[in-house]
Design a protein around this ligand. Sequence first.
Ligand code: SF4
Length: 974
Amino acid sequence: MPDAGKGSNDRQDAVLGLDTSSADRIARTTCYMCACRCGIKVHLKDGRIRYIEGNRDHPVNKGVLCAKGSAGIMTHYSPARLRKPLRRVGPRGSGEYQEIEWDEAMAIATDWLGAIRHSDPRKLAFFTGRDQSQALTGWWASQFGTPNHAAHGGFCSVNMAAAGLYTIGGSFWEFGEPDWEHTRYFLMFGVAEDHDSNPIKIGLGKLKSRGGAKFVSVNPVRTGYSAIADEWIGIRPGTDGLFVLALIQELLRAGKIDEEYLCRYTNAPWLVIQDEGAADHGLFARDAAGQPLVFDSVTQVVTGAHQVDARPQLAGKVSLADGRWAVPAFHLVARRCLEPQYSADAVAAETGIDADVIRRIAAELAHAAFEQTVVIDQPWTDWAGRRHDRMIGRPVAMHAMRGISAHTNGFHTCRAIHVLQMLLGAVDSPGSFRYKPPFPRPTPPAIKPTGSAAQVQAGKPMPGPPLGFPTSPQDLLVEADGTPRRLDKAYSWEAPLASHGLMHQVIRNAWAGDPHKIDTLFLFMANMSWNSSMNTTGTIEMLTDKDPATGDYRIPHIIYSDAYASEMVAYADLVLPDTTYLERWDCISLLDRPICDADGVADSIRQPVVAPDRDVRPFQEVLIDLGTRLGLPGLVKEDGSPRYPGGFPDYLVHHERKPGVGMLAGWRGAAGDRQGVGAVNEGQLDAYVANGCFWRHEIPAEARYFKHVNRAYLDWSVGMGLIDKAEPIALQLYSEVLQKFRLAAEGHGEVQPPEQHRERVRTYFDPLPLWYMPFEEAAIARDAFPLHAITQRPMAMYHSWGSQNAWLRQIHGENRLHIHRATAARLGIADDDWVAVTSHHGRIKVQAKLMDGVNPNTVWTWNAIGKRSGAWNLEPKAGESQRGFLLNHVISELLPVRGDGYRYGNSDPVTGQAAWYDLRVRVEKIAAGESVSEPQFATLPVPPHLPERPGVLRYGAGFRAAVHGDAEATGETK
Ligand code: SF4
């Protein structure tokens, strides 16, 4: 029996008489083999999963299913699934565990956490990996009272997210998408092929099949999306900012910028005070009401930026009423971008891109933007009430991801890309980058991080979320002496705009007690003793290190929740086994990372389609239960009874973040007839299930472009509860927020950086676009480590989840170090030779593979294929552990030591983003005879009662037997 409710394609299948007899139930839910959140239909027979197909009614994938998605069956039935809570009985790292009952496990966790909540809640560090429940986990941390919470974002792409949110009120991936239907020129920077996987593949398919559009991929490695690009720019890692600034310079020199767009929708004309040494130097000149000022070129007077009739001037000195000078923001931006070091000729050597190529691409961008204008016959009204007959757009779309982000100069590179977009008038105009709701939001969103001394109190919740968006030094979470308050040093002078936290610093800082000691490290789905940590070998030592004075572990308690026997399990004192994604309720919420598209607002759920056959519980259920046992105010009633006795599904339906706004936006209101905002609907989950586990609501046609200034969109967005006020969102060509931090570093204001951080803050909090050499490259001898080393994520794998999957392992069962053929020839290296890869931090032994499609100064490998022997219940001599490897061993979590002896984290100085891709190495051939990658570690024992993994894993032999009378079912995974 198919599940309740059918999509239109299900009905079509029935009309066509397509055979669905292979299943006795088809359940629709949401894939979680990567973070794209495609809709899937799970075919079930006799309670077992028969196969998985894409849901053609689903807005994300429209039926498309990738290799990972269809192989979800083997992840679900993986022999690596944990079976029961575990308590460590041997030394940490030994993998010696005893199975315990859930009551005992929850009592241990409640005991540890209850004690610290009533003494110092900061002693809980609660960090989660690639999960999608931050709307719950962040709220839970606030309820507990600890600011020490974050998730995967600081690892991955916070530079991109923060640069976007502080600049255009949105960003790439979940926050925006190319206008696939109309763009004529698509420029993609540093996007791994598993990112936004099915949506990008579908989009590229549209772009290529309609013809007439050019796709240019800027990436040191030509795999995945780059392999099908019309032009591949094999840039040198960490120099994308130079390339973008050179493009901007070419456009400025040619006068190919959209002045009207800049004047109407950005802060380009806002006057910036020029009074070197004054406390307001570099801030916007404002009137008494706080409104920024512009100079009207017609009336020749200074007037408010919101005067719709003004024709603001974009350059030149202006005298202010107080006698001081100011210039428009554009004047400063243009002056910076026209500096000689950003000319095409000057950047060619550093980027590895010919100056002529840079000039040609700039000309192509200009041609697409200004000669191939897209016009949509749709009237619209802007924020000021001006009626526009049509929507006119610049069909140049851009997209960027982790290849740009994961550098110490990534924030400014991302900002430079947004500046380029603005100069072309290519933000949310037809044919360009388009916001997905709930974006755009104010620049930045009006949420401040919580965790000051006054906000953290024993036994009490914090008054706000741990993560937010500082707009001035007053918003930082620092002690009176300027030292960090958070364990990961987010929102300190070392990483002031750390919107996603710094997970890569957590274990090191907890071990060092820097800036403070903790009691319990609580991790969910984060493989921190392996592929999710820099300096993996050192991290393992930190996790097992004891204080010689007490004999106790330096990190006293570690609680870990995971569905699988990952490398991290061996280092936990208490293991709380999670379910697979097909066994639980989940929520992809507008409060977190929704599944919207540029034409509609949407969210989704997962429903349990099979019952667990092990004694495991969904992590979200465990969190609700744990919070209830701890008596967290949001989870218990006045009388102490559970507020959500039905667990996570109960919370999904009944929890309200503010009146009428809950975890799910669809089918709200008592009758289920409200969208976005509305009372609790008891039948809400049923409505989602009946609709294929998603909800989507179309944006009105007149509201679909220019969302940041579109009256209809802003009103609609307020009505849906997405933003608080229907006010225009001015795009920030010039960043006054950054200038406020710089002024503090120059000695202004009450909150100033300690002396040791002043120069760093002054340098990198530049309100203008900027490029500087990545920190590791600048600190080491470049000749000693002449190559860049980076990772790519393959299409068929997602972090470490994929390489335990029997089907996906057949695609990537081990990894090699890919080297450009010419570079390899120079080094005397041939295919499959063993080589040593040495950085300033360490050395690994790996096998080489030669190729042409890579920047000659760059080596690379697939991410997270390498496994530790014995982990994930793979056989100890599996290719993943014997020939697979991680680059993580040679990446340091700290930058090389400075002159004063201090070591900053290996992070962007603005956001704290982990700088995975700054790695520099040398590669040398090793004598023949090597056959195992290094380093190797002791084989991890398999946790109790996991099944013995057969040499060959088969699935479905039983189905064949049922159909064909074939009795063979050997090795079938159970
Ligand atoms: S792209 Fe990701 S979410 Fe979509 S089917 Fe593939 S693995 Fe699943």
